[in-house]
Write a protein that binds this ligand. Structure first.
Ligand SMILES: [Fe+2]
Length: 342
């Protein structure tokens, strides 16, 4: 497949093609795309498709079906999302004032999607660059060897307190346990958790403490070898505070400081498998590096990108005005995972 290479900045380059994705799925260019897209993404980290002609989520879903995109379940996911059908979700329902720091999708769990795709239906105005990306091969190479050696072979667990959607004070943009587990039935929720090794504890007010994982810090990519692949430093009060400061959300900073002082157990956070917290200094050095390596990009109207979820981290910058971005999560169809036992 002929492609050009686009420089996304901060050392990240990805292949890019221009292709109408609304025409016949049997056209030679589409057949070639279907045959070559996954090996290309596995090798290069992603593929950007421009001038697709896609106008809505139905067409995006049809395109994904035409390349046999194998959808990955979002059960247990942290991000508030709405499913639009055919495995297509809103990218996030979090308010525009909040930066979603760069991450590898669902890497607070041990089983993650191999691919993450985005479709831009409406870019934010004035060229605001809201798509954040990090080349995780370069990131891993730049992490200090001393830090890497301490986390190699280790795992972390995510502890969250999720309110009930029935609960007083439940707010829009917040994720309920019913939404996170895809059911409102306590027994069904318990079964879902049991199958995955998660621990559930309901409180008297029907809020739920969920302990997920454990998830590896390092995983082995089929082609590119060992990579940092975990959100333990991200889902941490030190990072939450720095992101809030970055966004200028000073009332959130105050609120976080208060909760940290008064009820630290209620903060969503990843712990080491042995229950220890991650040292603040490690979180700080992880944050400093990933922030330094994060590039800001603007997907244009109708553009579709498919990323290898381990090779390229993604996020969303804070923005103003309307924006419509959709996402889909995929698995390698062959059943061959890029993640070896590590
Ligand atoms: Fe994400």
């Amino acid at each position: 497949m002929q492609y050009e290479t686009v420089d996304f900045g901060k050392g990240l380059t990805l292949p890019c093609i221009q292709l109408d994705l609304t025409g016949s799925t049997d056209a030679p260019a589409r057949r070639e795309l279907k045959a070559q897209i996954y090996p290309l993404v596995d090798t290069k980290g992603g593929l950007l498709i421009r001038n697709t002609g896609i106008k809505d989520t139905r067409q995006y879903g049809e395109f994904l079906a035409s390349i046999e995109f194998s959808h990955h379940s979002y059960v247990g996911g942290t991000n508030p999302r709405t499913e639009k059908g055919s495995g297509v979700y809103t990218a996030t329902e979090l308010p525009p004032s909040i930066t979603i720091h760069s991450h590898q999708e669902m890497s607070y769990l041990d089983t993650i999607p191999d691919y993450v795709s985005f479709y831009c239906e409406l870019p934010p105005n004035n060229g605001q660059k809201t798509n954040l990306f990090v080349d995780m091969r370069k990131f891993t190479a730049n992490l200090s060897n001393e830090l890497k050696s301490r986390y190699r072979g280790k795992r972390a667990r995510l502890q969250r307190t999720l309110k009930s959607s029935e609960q007083e004070g439940f707010s829009q943009g917040e994720k309920s346990w019913q939404e996170a587990l895809g059911t409102g039935d306590h027994q069904e929720a318990a079964l879902i958790a049991q199958e995955r090794g998660w621990e559930l504890t309901w409180k008297d007010d029907d809020s739920l403490v969920i302990l997920q994982g454990p998830a590896r810090f390092f995983r082995t990519h089929l082609i590119h070898g060992e990579l940092w692949c975990n959100q333990a430093m991200l889902i941490n009060p030190v990072t939450s505070r720095r992101v809030a400061v970055r966004d200028g959300r000073l009332s959130d900073v105050e609120k976080l400081d208060q909760v940290r002082a008064e009820a630290p157990d209620t903060i969503n956070q990843m712990f080491l498998e042995n229950g220890n917290t991650i040292p603040d200094t490690d979180v700080e050095s992880w944050y400093d590096l990933i922030l330094e390596m994060e590039t800001h990009f603007a997907l244009e109207q109708g553009e579709v990108i498919i990323l290898d979820n381990m090779l390229v981290a993604h996020g969303r910058g804070a923005f103003e005005g309307p924006r419509k971005m959709f996402a889909a999560l995929g698995n390698r169809d062959s059943g061959e995972s890029t993640m070896g036992a590590n």
